[in-house]
Design a protein around this ligand. Sequence first.
Ligand SMILES: Cc1cc2nc3c(=O)[nH]c(=O)nc-3n(C[C@H](O)[C@H](O)[C@H](O)COP(=O)(O)OP(=O)(O)OC[C@H]3O[C@@H](n4cnc5c(N)ncnc54)[C@H](O)[C@@H]3O)c2cc1C
Length: 240
Amino acid sequence: MSTDIVVMGGGITGALISDALVSEGYKTMLLDKRDIAWGSTAATTSMLQYEIDVPLYQLSKKIGEEAAALCYRSGIKAIRELEQLIKDGNIDCGFQKKTSLYLAHTEIASKWLYQEFEARQQHRLGVKWLSPSAIKTEYGLNSYGGILSKTAASVDAYKLAHELIHRNTKKGLEVYDQVEIKNVKHNNSGIVINLKSGCQINAKKIIYCTGYETVKMFKEPIADLHSTFCMRKRRRNKDQ
Ligand SMILES: Cc1cc2nc3c(=O)[nH]c(=O)nc-3n(C[C@H](O)[C@H](O)[C@H](O)COP(=O)(O)OP(=O)(O)OC[C@H]3O[C@@H](n4cnc5c(N)ncnc54)[C@H](O)[C@@H]3O)c2cc1C
């Protein structure tokens, strides 16, 4: 088989990337070794937040204030763009706008969190500082204060991935799940992907959207992954 671009991995990242490629007119093929969206996209708690793991005031020290603020503003822009994509496509995936509350659970934490609030406020990220008593009254939670952010949302990422992929199959996206890849070879004219079934795919480009498993593809250690477990207890009846 042959195509312009192979997207490896059919989670929310692969679904969004394929959507962008198909709308730009690329012949696109999506491959996944499991069922579609059965990686971490099936486990996510589905919070969409603009914050990244490193607080803004710390990131500013690492990469400079403007670059750090750009990272944070990109998070806000991404939530808005996702909202627009869902609205334009009239996609039923439980998208809801939310506010988010970042709580300080100790007095020490409240000191650096207030510093973080000042940094975010300075860059007009739409934040408010709530006192412990305001948080208690509003949310019934004990805390040492917190940052209330106006831009956040939630979405059913599993449903969104399925909806996007399904819609794009009607526009020519080819999707193959339960596909085992033997090897990927690069040559001057592009990529050759050999599947364990014996099938061969020729493509101009390959985009890896393989989530947490991407770390296995690098020789150098790029991340230290620890297992996390998501458990759900099924209720036998509504009284239990
Ligand atoms: C318990 C939990 C809670 C989370 N909560 C949140 C949250 O609230 N908000 C948030 O933003 N993020 C959250 N995350 C992270 C979020 O799930 C991921 O960032 C997101 O779903 C990643 O999507 P993805 O498409 O990049 O990866 P995945 O959904 O993991 O998709 C990768 C796909 O690639 C396929 N694949 C892997 N290797 C290969 C290969 N060699 N060949 C073919 N296919 C391959 C997999 O089968 C999989 O389908 C959470 C994660 C977990 C585990």
